[in-house]
Design a protein around this ligand. Structure first.
Ligand code: XIL
Length: 433
């Protein structure tokens, strides 16, 4: 069991210095658990392990242990006891590692008591907040909120210059009353735009619309939200798996302004709030694939040009039709973005079983290993799940046809809001198990 983190870290390190992504078996979806070996151990971990078999806790240290030769232990000198994982990155060593809580009975508590703490989030919908069980689980298990739809452009600015705050305010105020932090999602995105915005044309019109939207939205939430997805999903590939011909996505923004709409959006957001954390967010950039490589170069260029960007959100929609990424791939990928001096975060995680195209075991392995990859990196600031319970997952309708109409079974709680084994595996990863 202890070998899981080491396996992960070691392979991440090897990948960082140049492996093909075959090692993890992730991409194909078939390789599944065997390849990711490490997790196997955790399987035994039974269900309600919540409390904390603390023996294990004291450190992600596991990796520390003996074998660190391979990761070059000498370089890890910086840290406290837990700094073993130097190898994760290839970023020049000395990377500290997050230390798990000694005990925790909820995901939220595991995140809050980790050192440094990590936010555990969920996408919250206005409809969900009408349900008592939903609200109870959401607030008990999470410290971070993303509005699932209520802060998108069509919801907030249905007519030009006319704003509608009610549904978003409900979610934000509910979150704050439960001591949860909120990330604003999302300022500039090609989807869920009102018709009027989609039919804008010409650089001046589009630039003015972006400016008015960002200024009003950030202004309205200024005292309540200090972290924003400024641009969402600006890149496209031939396949939703992130493979083939990566390029800027045609949109009303790109068509009028070219690449510069990205820089412009971040610059306007920075003018609006000099202290906010400003993030780029995208899907199928979780694995080491064409899209992730392209987005990496794009973000690197922004950093080099001095564009005010603070981090990158990896949506982590795993399974059809999106990418599949094993823990080692994710670790190596997050590492290279963090090495640009940016925050990284898992921003919309779910794992689509899609009519058994991802097996139950593969799903458990992915959940554990991907959460672990983020948890081990202090630069990884948050892990947000895209919903609370299976029955309400967006995937059920969105990928319904592709998955024979079957439930995506993609989240941590079942339709009765009970914890699933996926929950236990996430908890294991947060507790260093
Ligand atoms: C999804 C919502 O979950 C659905 O309810 C809605 O119909 C479509 O959008 N990437 C994102 C999220 O950034 O905003 C999307 O949310 C899922 C994919």
């Amino acid at each position: 069991m202890r070998s899981a983190p080491l396996t992960l870290l070691l392979s991440a390190f090897l990948c960082a210095i140049g492996c093909s992504d075959g090692g993890d078996g992730g991409a194909g979806g078939t390789g599944g658990q065997g390849a990711t070996g490490g997790t196997g151990g955790a399987t035994g971990g039974t269900s309600t392990s919540a409390g904390g078999t603390s023996a294990s806790t004291s450190g992600t240290g596991s990796a520390t242990g003996g074998t660190s030769a391979s990761t070059g232990d000498a370089s890890s000198s910086t840290g406290d006891a837990s700094s073993s994982a130097s190898g994760t990155g290839g970023s020049g060593g000395g990377m500290a590692v997050r230390t798990p809580a000694a005990s925790a009975s909820t995901l939220r508590e595991a995140g809050e008591k980790a050192n440094p703490p990590i936010l555990i989030g969920a996408a919250i919908s206005g409809g969900g907040l009408n349900n008592g069980d939903y609200k109870r689980v959401a607030a008990a298990e999470h410290s971070y909120v993303t509005a699932e739809n209520e802060m998108k452009w069509d919801a907030l600015e249905p007519n030009p210059g006319q704003f509608s705050w009610g549904s978003a305010d409900n979610i934000v105020n509910w979150a704050r009353s439960n001591n949860m932090k909120v990330k604003g999602h999302t300022l500039v995105w090609h989807n869920q735009l009102p018709g009027w915005a989609n039919s804008l044309s010409g650089a001046t019109q589009v630039e003015q619309a972006i400016r008015r939207h960002i200024e009003n939205v950030m202004g309205h939430f200024k005292d309540r939200i200090d972290t924003w997805d400024v641009v969402n999903e600006a890149v496209i590939t031939d396949s939703d798996t992130g493979v083939g011909n990566p390029r800027m996505r045609p949109s009303v923004f790109f068509n009028a302004l070219g690449d510069r709409f990205l820089d412009l959006a971040f610059e306007i957001a920075r003018e609006q709030d000099p202290n906010a954390k400003l993030y780029y967010n995208d899907y199928s950039i979780d694995a080491l694939n064409d899209k992730a490589d392209y987005v990496y170069e794009m973000i690197k260029g922004m950093v080099e040009r001095g564009v005010p960007i603070d981090g990158v959100g990896f949506q982590m929609h795993i399974g059809p039709p999106n990418n599949e990424a094993g823990g080692a791939d994710v670790a190596a990928n997050l590492r290279r973005f963090a090495d640009l001096g940016l925050d990284v975060l898992i921003s919309e995680m779910d794992i689509n079983r899609c009519s058994n195209q991802v097996t139950a075991e593969e799903q458990l392995t992915y959940y554990h290993d991907i959460v672990e990859a983020c948890f081990l990196m202090p630069e990884c600031k948050a892990i947000t799940f895209w919903g609370i319970n299976d029955g309400r997952s967006w995937l059920n309708s969105w990928s319904g046809a592709l998955c024979n109409g079957q439930s995506s079974q993609s989240l941590l709680f079942n339709d009765q809001y009970q914890k699933k084994e996926t929950y236990n595996r996430v908890m294991d990863a947060l507790m260093g198990r």
